[in-house]
Design a protein around this ligand. Structure first.
Ligand SMILES: [Zn+2]
Length: 175
């Protein structure tokens, strides 16, 4: 059973008792610590947790997670981070048995139109459903390469992978 919000808040109170204070950005600058340079875009699915399968420590990488791990919903954020922090690499990671392969955009649109019948914008919305994992990684890399907000250098240093939830391994997607 998933915990309740109240249970999570209780956990927070307990964890805060032994919390190590995080440095502010200016403290990090004074200590010569650099912010993360690698940005990871992956799925929100709890089974696809890059902290686990990449052994990430705090500060190793920036992680964006959304349905499937698509670029479009976070493209502006990536561009902003690159200006602010200077990114070196982007990893796009989709995963086997992704929920996005189990629903269709039409299914979500129909559900939303039932809930919000007067909203005329829903028909033109997409919700990240995919049918082919490797192709979806390639499509997201293509969005980076074609974006007028992403530098050529960063787009060229963007790589795509499929994460296998059974083996725990990443497989590179060749373009
Ligand atoms: Zn997923």
């Amino acid at each position: 059973m998933s915990p309740t919000v109240a249970e999570l808040l209780e956990r927070n109170r307990q964890l805060a008792a032994t919390h190590e204070p995080s440095p502010t950005l200016s403290e990090m600058g004074k200590e010569g610590k650099s912010p993360p340079k690698i940005l990871i875009v992956t799925c929100v699915d709890p089974r696809c947790n890059p902290a686990e399968f990449l052994g990430l420590n705090t500060g190793d990488a920036l992680v964006f997670r959304n349905i499937c791990g698509h670029i479009t919903p976070v493209l502006k954020d990536i561009a902003a981070f690159d200006v602010f922090l200077g990114l070196s690499d982007i990893m796009v990671i989709h995963h086997t048995d992704c929920g996005a392969t189990h629903f269709t955009d039409d299914f979500i649109r129909d559900g939303l139109k039932k809930r919000f019948p007067t909203n005329g914008d829903i028909d033109s919305m997409s919700f990240g459903a995919i049918t082919d994992l490797e192709q979806s990684v390639k499509d997201d890399l293509e969005i980076l390469r074609k974006s007028p907000l992403i530098t050529k250098e960063l787009a060229e240093r963007s790589v795509g992978f499929v994460y296998d939830i059974k083996s725990g391994l990443l497989t590179a997607v060749e373009e």
